[in-house]
Design a protein around this ligand. Sequence first.
Ligand code: ADP
Ligand code: ADP
Ligand code: MG
Length: 498
Amino acid sequence: MKKRLLIANRSEIAIRIIRSAHKLGLLAVVFQSDKEPDALYLKYADEIIPARDAANDKPIFLDAERIVKFALEHNIDLIHPGYGFLSENPDFAALCVANDINFIGPSPELIRDMGLKTVAKSMAIKAGLPLVPGSDGPVTDAKSAKEYADKIGYPVILKASAGGGGRGMRIVEKPETIERNFKSASDEALSAFGNGDMFIEKYLQNPKHIEFQIMGDKHGNVIHLGERECSLQRKHQKILEEAPSASVSATMRQEMGDMAVRFAKSIGYYSAGTIEYILDEDGSFYFMEMNTRIQVEHPVTEMITGVDLVDWQIKVALGEKLTIKQEDIKINGWAIECRVNTEDPQNRFSPQTGFIDRIHFPLSENIRIETGVVSGSVVTPYFDSMIAKIIVHGKDRADVIEKTLFALYEFSLIGLKTTVPFCRAVLNHSEFLSAKYTTRWVDQVYDPEMLENEEDEMIGALAATIMYASEYLQLSSDTPTYKSDSLNVWVLNKRLNY
Ligand code: ADP
Ligand code: ADP
Ligand code: MG
């Protein structure tokens, strides 16, 4: 009998997990939310559980009790949480374990420990990892926050211990605003994460975000699969990632990677995980946090190592031993991932909702597309705005940048604005080309003026449609029913130039 894997997630990552499930001979079961009843991932699943969200106060992907109840009714052996939603929720993992369902991830205890950044940091100190100067434990009130900050010097960053997804953080430049910021961040953390604990770190002015992928099994083996650079962020959220990082030398890679492995081993970690470091301008690096799940940007690591991380997550959960040794991991070439979010980069990245009239992805042997949508899909306001990831592999950094630019040029979406023009602007920018970009790039350098004017293209396309329609109707009056076909718009748009 085939084992039954339930995916407690949606969109591209659900499809990604189904692919691994099928490769390993498992049956893939998914939820159908009535917020997106004809989502693409449903097409690939072996079984669909209608979640009937409208009749419940929480959407299924955030409702641990209902997920487990369904899992028991449907004889589920394993649950993969994907990323976001309940993927780093220790109560959810514990509920699965308590009901004899194999949760694909580390132990609930470690998810809990790593989910509290202050706890994670104290465990990292024990394993000898360097930390950003700051408060060692939680800071309980605004007054002690100020005392602390006065001691380490401004600017500082206030962080929610239980935070994630860039929320519950405040950068404080001067003493006068620290108490107010403390209160608002702590309130935000309390309502978002049910925990208002805060801590303080020295705010590094121009850092890079470097993270190491690790994989461990239940027999004490842990390896790392090199680093990813995720410095390109907006509001502390990643937009474009690359692997390896041009700012990490072979010696640094070994040092940071060994440290990540040592830390994971010291806490008894298994499954996929990410050790996030912050790299300062002077080359010092510090442990920031650990993510206890598969990450959005995992494909860039897969592209350069040839290791399937989701396969290994499942195999490890089933008790298999890691057969890959550290010395087997070879970094081959360079990879870039561009997140395609339906957000308008011209207009402060405001979310775009509605129909994807037409979508076309570039095709080539160096390109990997992970997406949850097709032409005709609807983007609703209920979920994350990431609809696809375009991942490109090249023989070196210059090669992958060039190939990614071609890929983005060939991408086309009619109906909604996306972050693709933004990614193009990034890839064309001198600071990206020289790999000097930092986490401040979007704040300090980005200007919507850098975008090629998509607006003109759309207006041109519309004008072309109208012209074509009138021309068409005149030429063939026996065919009165002209139906606008937006794909033709591209052809028509070009014809305008003749
Ligand atoms: P990654 O490190 O994998 O890139 P992100 O920080 O981008 O992870 O988070 C992955 C997804 O999960 C994103 O869609 C993000 O919006 C969502 N997410 C992460 N943490 C939280 C959280 N605490 N609450 C809500 N959504 C979150
Ligand atoms: P999250 O759980 O939201 O991912 P992190 O602690 O990983 O929170 O921080 C998210 C981002 O915030 C980092 O990738 C980095 O860009 C920025 N950041 C975090 N700590 C610092 C710091 N001490 N100095 C400067 N930037 C920081
Ligand atoms: Mg982080």
